[in-house]
Write a protein that binds this ligand. Structure first.
Ligand code: GLP
Length: 243
């Protein structure tokens, strides 16, 4: 696609189609989506909200699991992923907040929080479609370079590059950026029936080429998707610079 907006529109319409054509079964009564934060998926959320307003899609029966959350900032902090999701998406559609799941980076027992998250995903029959973005270093969710490609939901120390990247959201003050996050693992994403990645902007062009033209390796964790049976990468012209 030419622009970020066109990428967003394409993916939103794709997801709406999946929601509308979902066939419930007793073992898997609801469609389950994995969702990302970041600037790349914003046009997707914008278009999904429009489609909802136009009466073309309902989220009443949709269950969601977010990819990740910072550790140690309050849930209502302006940069928490909870705030991001409710501001940009959940509060603008007809989803039941009880059907939305976001890791709690303030849980007393973070290890248990991660285990419970994996159990909750299993409990609803797994994720049908995982939407994701990528970091400039090729990470997916917060699976920083060096993460095991068979990893599951866990605590992760953020890479220096990610902390620098995210500094813009924290008054450009490095000391305010969280150093740790909870994140689904690469394997958690790989277990989804389908994965759709949104990759836009020139700053992602190197990551995109390493991810799809390089070998599968744990320094570019999104490269694991090369082995996924049903992964779709949707990118804009700028992101294809290095292909
Ligand atoms: C963070 C998130 C990732 C996201 C990445 C890129 O690292 N944990 O899930 O893909 O940022 O964000 P952006 O889309 O703003 O470039």
């Amino acid at each position: 696609r030419d622009t970020k907006e066109q990428v967003g529109n394409y993916i939103a319409e794709y997801i709406a189609k999946r929601i509308n054509s979902f066939t419930p079964t007793p073992a898997h009564p609801n469609i389950v989506l994995g969702l990302p934060t970041g600037s790349s998926p914003l046009p997707v959320y914008r278009r999904l909200v429009e489609l909802h307003k136009e009466g073309k899609v309902s989220f009443k029966d949709v269950i969601t699991f977010n990819m990740d959350e910072y550790v140690g900032i309050p849930r209502d902090h302006s940069e928490s992923y909870h705030t991001f999701m409710f501001t940009n998406f959940f509060s603008l559609i007809d989803i039941d907040p009880k059907n939305t799941h976001i890791l709690n980076g303030n849980a007393e027992d973070l290890y248990k929080e991660c285990e419970d998250y994996e159990a909750a995903i299993r409990g609803v029959g797994g994720i049908d479609l995982f939407l994701g973005g990528i970091g400039a270093d090729g990470h997916i969710a917060f699976n920083e370079p060096g993460s095991s490609l068979t990893s599951r939901t866990r605590i992760k120390t953020l890479a220096y590059e990610t902390i620098l990247d995210n500094c813009r959201f924290f008054n450009n003050d490095l000391s305010l950026v969280p150093r740790m996050a909870l994140t689904v693992g690469v394997q958690t994403v790989m277990d989804a029936k389908e994965v759709v990645l949104v990759v836009t902007g020139q700053n992602k062009s190197l990551a995109l080429s390493q991810m799809i033209e390089g070998g599968v390796n744990h320094m570019v964790t999104a490269s694991a998707l090369q082995t996924h049976p049903w992964a779709l990468v949707v990118c804009d012209e700028d992101a294809t610079l290095e292909l």
